[in-house]
Design a protein. Structure first.
Length: 618
């Protein structure tokens, strides 16, 4: 819920959710640590005091970077209430440790799973975000009152025992790897589709489900079975990772999800095998929380600085298999390898293969890499190609080409890729130029390689909006579209929606929306609220252009929904690629003032409160 509130404030990328998870994992550490020390009556007082933080009302924090901004916003909005909420599970299990507390742990995770599954089906589509925050605040108030009453009447719990060091290490390492793999898989999925609750929830559901299964009863985790499954799932996921964006989306998502689930069962299954007696619940849960926060921090903060790709995904798959082998060795199973039956030896061989296969996906590639960059907004590469139709440079984001430019002097001013003269954007620029017969004012949301500047003529004004500073740097350093353009071009760094909302009307004759990273869509740029911002910046006869080429999603109904909302006329343009001109097939939609008859059944209106992928998945 809070993650969705933050999306339009921080660019709508997958990293928004990654940093949100990191915050809640760190707050969980604090809650679990506090639970080990908490006493009933002081805890009741803190719960009562936390009601002063309600209702939740997030507001964006403008700090030096988006990651810090997200962390500070969440801490200011929900830090206190989540801190106390996180302490509840270990406190209750400590108070009721006379029974089987691990069934309570499984039940706690089941409740979280139920809430996750409920959100995209029963809550997100029907309840506005502000109302969601109010309802949640009311639910928390009820929880605080009930829990405070219970805490006030409980007797002090006995001091926990000191666990052996080897147990503490396993309690930390397995959750750390599981948490890191959760975030790495989520990043991998979202970079090719969109950063939306639907794709956030799916990996998290598998994460919680793995805890529920292995902590419900020891019989559910069978080492040999899951080792064999890992020997199949990990190589398949790595092969699809190496193939990039050239395979059907559903197959890639299914393979990633299968590998994630198998690995999580292994990691959390080994964790469950080392669980302590109820008297050590506090240290056990604290170690799990510390491991989860460490794994989240590695993926959210460290990996973007270490890697220039999402290399942590295959590496963590390999790490899972290695940790499983270490666990087998510590338990003495590997020392009995020769005496094992054939299926058991096959499972060990499968784990060895699963540990080694991920390293085969790293190669130099078929094209020279001039530059590579990874930051909060994703992975960028500039490469050179020498094959037909001639020497050229390419800018790719994830697995998707975002711009190309010929290197020879004769053709380097050609608009290429999705922006050729036969494309929807090329036709629209020429049409409005012929109609107005004066210099144009053009706004472009998304810079890419700066290809659209090739359409600039003397007197024109081209204003680009780009959120990723790395894109701006690469466009200036490795491509010459901006420098070669006859138009007066400028680049505004920052989220286009925020910048346009803050600026005076731009009186654009044409405003092109082309801000998609990889094949992922920043959904906050396709909502009814954002379309009103676009309209405010258009000249009286101005046109809106949306680039909707996408391997995974059919965005035409969404743009038609915006057209109906604005009372504009939608026109779809499909163009085929031409290798000789360096162009690719593209689909654009143009919205022009003037109501036209449209098929309402084909229109889907997204809003800031509701953006569903289900109806637009291909």
């Amino acid at each position: 819920m809070l993650g969705k509130v933050l999306l339009p404030w921080f660019g709508g990328g997958a990293a928004v959710w990654t940093v949100c998870l990191l915050f809640f994992q760190c707050a969980l550490v604090g809650g679990y640590g506090y639970a080990a020390l908490a006493r009933g009556k002081p805890h009741a007082v803190l719960l009562a005091a936390s009601l002063l933080c309600l209702p939740l009302r997030p507001s964006p924090a403008d700090l030096s970077g988006p990651s810090l901004g997200i962390l500070f916003t969440l801490a200011r909005t929900a830090g206190a209430v989540y801190f106390l909420l996180a302490a509840t599970s270990p406190l209750l299990q400590r108070w009721y440790s006379g029974g089987d507390p691990y069934r309570l742990y499984a039940l706690s995770n089941f409740a979280s799973l139920l809430a996750l599954l409920t959100y995209p089906v029963l809550i997100e589509p029907w309840i506005p975000l502000r109302r969601q925050l109010d309802v949640w605040s009311g639910g928390y108030a009820l929880f605080a009152i009930l829990c405070a009453a219970l805490a006030w009447t409980r007797r002090p719990a006995p001091r926990p025992l000191r666990p052996p060091l080897r147990f503490r290490a396993s309690w930390f390492v397995f959750p750390a790897c599981g948490s890191a793999l959760l975030l790495a898989t989520t990043n991998q999925m979202c970079q090719e589709v969109a950063s939306l609750p639907f794709l956030w929830i799916a990996p998290l559901v598998l994460y919680l489900l793995s805890f529920i299964i292995v902590f419900d009863h020891p019989r559910w985790y069978r080492r040999r079975l899951y080792a064999l499954l890992a020997a199949v799932a990990i190589p398949i996921a790595c092969a699809l990772y190496a193939a990039g964006g050239n395979l059907p989306l559903k197959a890639v998502l299914a393979a990633d999800a299968a590998a994630l689930f198998v690995c999580l069962i292994i990691l959390h299954g080994e964790l469950a095998r080392s669980k302590p007696e109820p008297g050590l619940l506090g240290p056990f849960y604290l170690a799990i929380a510390l491991g989860g926060a460490a794994g989240g921090g590695i993926v959210a903060l460290l990996c973007p600085r270490l890697f220039r790709s999402y290399a942590e995904f295959p590496l963590l798959l390999s790490a899972t298999a290695m940790l499983a082998l270490i666990a087998w060795h510590r338990s003495g199973d590997l020392s009995r390898l020769r005496q094992m039956p054939l299926p058991s030896r096959a499972s060990v061989a499968g784990l060895v293969m699963a540990a080694l296969v991920p390293f085969t996906v790293f190669d130099a590639g078929s094209r020279p890499v001039l530059a590579a960059s990874r930051n909060f907004f994703g992975v960028l590469r500039v490469t050179e190609a020498r094959d037909a139709p001639g020497p050229r440079r390419l800018l790719t984001h994830g697995a998707t080409t975002h711009g190309t430019q010929f290197l020879d002097a004769r053709r380097r001013r050609y608009p290429t890729a999705y922006y050729g003269r036969a494309s929807g954007i090329g036709i629209a620029i020429q049409s409005i130029r012929n109609h107005l017969r004066r210099p144009l004012r053009v706004g472009v949301v998304g810079l890419g390689a700066g290809t659209l500047a090739a359409y600039g003529e003397p007197g024109d004004v081209f204003r680009f909006y780009e959120i990723d500073p790395a894109v701006i740097s690469l466009a200036h350093r490795y491509f010459t579209y901006i420098a070669d353009s006859a138009a007066r071009s400028s680049i505004e760094e920052g989220d286009a929606r925020i910048r346009l909302r803050e600026e005076a009307p731009g009186h654009f004759d044409l405003l092109a929306i082309d801000a998609f990273s990889s094949d992922s869509i920043p959904a906050h740029l396709l909502t009814a609220e954002c379309s009103e911002i676009y309209r405010r910046h258009l000249a009286p006869e101005g046109r809106l252009l949306f680039h909707i080429s996408n391997r995974s999603l059919n965005l035409e109904p969404v743009v038609r929904g915006l057209a109906e909302h604005l009372r504009y006329r939608p026109i779809r343009f499909d163009s085929a690629g031409d290798e000789a001109l360096g162009t690719l097939s593209a689909t654009w939609m143009e919205l022009t003032p003037g109501q036209a008859h449209s098929d309402h059944s084909a229109a889907i209106l997204w809003t800031d409160d509701f953006t569903s992928l289900w109806r637009v998945l291909k």
